[in-house]
Write a protein that binds this ligand. Structure first.
Ligand code: ADP
Ligand code: MG
Length: 299
């Protein structure tokens, strides 16, 4: 696997604010990464550091296996970390042509990139006539003009209406499908869930989880059980069951967390064969939202 970016023990302090705290993770080619955390958790600061617009306090980061300077590496990166300034009285195409001129890159790809962000039909409209969502899409097109290997977006759907949010997410997924690696910062769990394959969860600059989005949600779930009698025998049976990770009592319910997948009827049959008749059996899975809240809870 090809590593696009590595962070090692990255740290940033603004006076007494520890914005990024010993952060390490890797970005592999072809994946879609989300940096997920509540407001003020250090997402934008992290992006600023790797894009050389914020100075780190300590730690390291390296682009493309450290084979080139950060200055050269950033030519292969497309990023939108603040609302870009386009000229209101110039059209979409004219604005992109100007950016190509400033960056010293060919204008050949302008139409292609306008198509990628669904703005080709509006290419001759003045920027000032664009909705917020269209402005954001033009910003994405501008970040793609140099065919970057990785596209970096900070809160790409902030401030947009539901339709605009959906459209941006579809476009990001399309760009990823074509092989461009993506790193986006978001405070929205459902955005990361919908768009990303991988996630780094941070709170107060500290990494809480990094890995695949689907593995973050890979809890096997739990059983709630109740019996009228023989509760101790039930607890013993559950504790001795190899598919059960932990057993605890919550008020009048027994809660058994699963270490592997077990269906309700399978569990019911197993207990019945061992002389237990349940009065209550429910299988539950903590929602992703609950897992995220547990992960970022202030405790
Ligand atoms: P996020 O993008 O996750 O909302 P930020 O990276 O913007 O978080 O901010 C992380 C922390 O650093 C916050 O406490 C914020 O107030 C602080 N911070 C960010 N930028 C500055 C700055 N230029 N000067 C002082 N404090 C800052
Ligand atoms: Mg931010």
């Amino acid at each position: 696997m090809e590593t696009i970016l590595s962070l090692r023990n990255l740290d940033k302090k603004y006076g007494r604010v520890h914005a990024v705290n010993n952060l390490s993770f890797d970005i592999q080619k072809g994946n879609v990464y989300g940096i997920l955390g509540p407001n003020g958790s250090g997402k934008s600061t992290t992006l600023g550091i790797i894009l050389n617009v914020v100075n780190r306090t300590s730690g390291e980061f390296s682009w493309f296996d450290g084979k080139m300077s950060t200055h050269d590496a950033l030519k292969r990166v497309g990023a939108i970390i603040e609302r870009p300034n386009f000229y209101p009285y110039m059209t979409a195409s004219q604005n992109l042509a100007l950016i190509c001129k400033i960056k010293g890159i060919s204008t050949d790809k302008i139409d292609d990139k306008l198509k990628t962000v669904n703005l080709y039909e509006r290419r001759n409209s003045k920027f000032r006539t664009f909705s917020l969502g269209m402005k954001q899409r033009l910003a994405i097109a501008s970040a793609l003009l140099n065919d970057p290997e990785i596209l970096i977006l900070d809160e790409p759907t902030n401030g947009l209406d539901p339709q605009g949010i959906h459209e941006i997410r579809q476009i990001i997924k399309g760009i990823a499908k074509n092989g461009t690696t993506i790193l986006l910062a978001s405070h929205l769990l459902d955005e990361v869930e919908k768009v990303c394959s991988h996630v780094v969860v941070i709170r107060k600059g500290v990494k809480l989880y990094s890995g695949r989005v689907d593995e973050m949600t890979a809890s096997n779930g739990l059983f709630e059980l109740k019996v009228e009698s023989d509760e101790e025998k039930l607890i013993k049976l559950l504790e001795d069951h190899k598919g059960i990770g932990s057993v605890k009592k919550e008020e009048d319910l027994i809660i058994a967390h699963l270490a592997e997948q077990i269906g309700s009827s399978e569990m019911n049959a197993f207990l019945f064969q061992n002389g237990i008749t349940l009065s209550h059996l429910v299988k539950r899975k903590p929602s992703l939202e609950q897992q995220f809240l547990d992960l970022t809870a202030n405790n």
